[in-house]
Design a protein around this ligand. Sequence first.
Ligand SMILES: C[S@@+](CC[C@H](N)C(=O)[O-])C[C@H]1O[C@@H](n2cnc3c(N)ncnc32)[C@H](O)[C@@H]1O
Length: 354
Amino acid sequence: MFDRSVLTDAIRIYLDAENDLLSKTFTDEHSYNHLIEVGCGYGRFMKWAGDRKYDYSGIDIVDWFVDLAQARIDSHQATDSQLNCHVYNLSAESIAEIAFEREAFDTISSKIVFFPFNCFGNTNSLSATIESLRDLGCDVLISTFKTDDSSSMIRKEYYGKCGYTNLVLSKHDNGALITSDEGLVSYAYELDFLQQLFRENGFEDPAVTDFASIGRAFHFKFKTRPRDVQPERRSFRRQNAIRSLKLMVFEDTSSDDSKSQLMPMHVMDSITKDFSLNSLRITVNKPFAAGNILKMDLSSEKSGKGKPIHLVGQITKIVVLNDGNFDLIIKLFNLSDDSRKQLRSFLNNLRTKS
Ligand SMILES: C[S@@+](CC[C@H](N)C(=O)[O-])C[C@H]1O[C@@H](n2cnc3c(N)ncnc32)[C@H](O)[C@@H]1O
């Protein structure tokens, strides 16, 4: 989040213009009605979305920003009960996990992920972010800066006002990079670089809009999914693809090993998952307690034979479904490199089939 007092005029104009950029993106030929803001801070675009009756989901890596944004949502909801806004403590690198948040994802809505204020150029891991975006399968709007010298100098001046020292601007094939002694690593990426990256991950080439002298926006549409197929439907198709899975769950209360029991589970429909492999969502026909530790042997063979993938995790959330089944959200522990590799190729396989 930024302190308005350190904004230079050019940056203030750029930030204000992001409102118009969003309005244009939502009103053009697109039918978006759900804004997902990455690096939402206090929820800068929450009110923008609420005023226009769009759904809003914000994510931020800093938990107290999320608390702050939640307090703002609560206060707005006190006067407008229709407001459908949610905020989550997630990173850009794990944005696909938002699909586990039923409040945010169960409504049939046409979503767009928005990276304001060059948040895309400041993520810690570009590869994790793009993978997670691919797994989420929504359109993406990136607000960043032009890479010419004059725009880069304006960025640099702003970072200086923020207190960063020894700022160094360097030009690379992939974009204009500004670093500082404090560890700032901020890219304004080149079109060619982003286009290639997104192309490789299932997106169409972007519409590019220059705005507010220094700003540049890239609007990527996700093309693997037909636009009329909603995420719910998409995950249903994934579920079909893994119906032949046999999953054995070992319940382990961890405090008393003797209570551990082998529990061959009938996986009703699904393993849906977060491709960044921090957690899994599994639909089962038996209830468990939140907090339970599970040891799982996943096998892709109907018979349960073949080399199983060993996973250990803890149930962080249970959702009772209308059909009497249960969704378990399981946070995975210490995935070994081997299991991670196996799981990734296993999930990639499902994705190809679905
Ligand atoms: C410059 S602020 C932008 C805040 C707000 N979206 C805006 O445009 O005013 C950057 C925000 O991104 C958050 N952030 C930084 N790295 C992040 C990451 N990898 N994933 C999610 N949020 C991140 C910070 O905590 C901060 O709230």
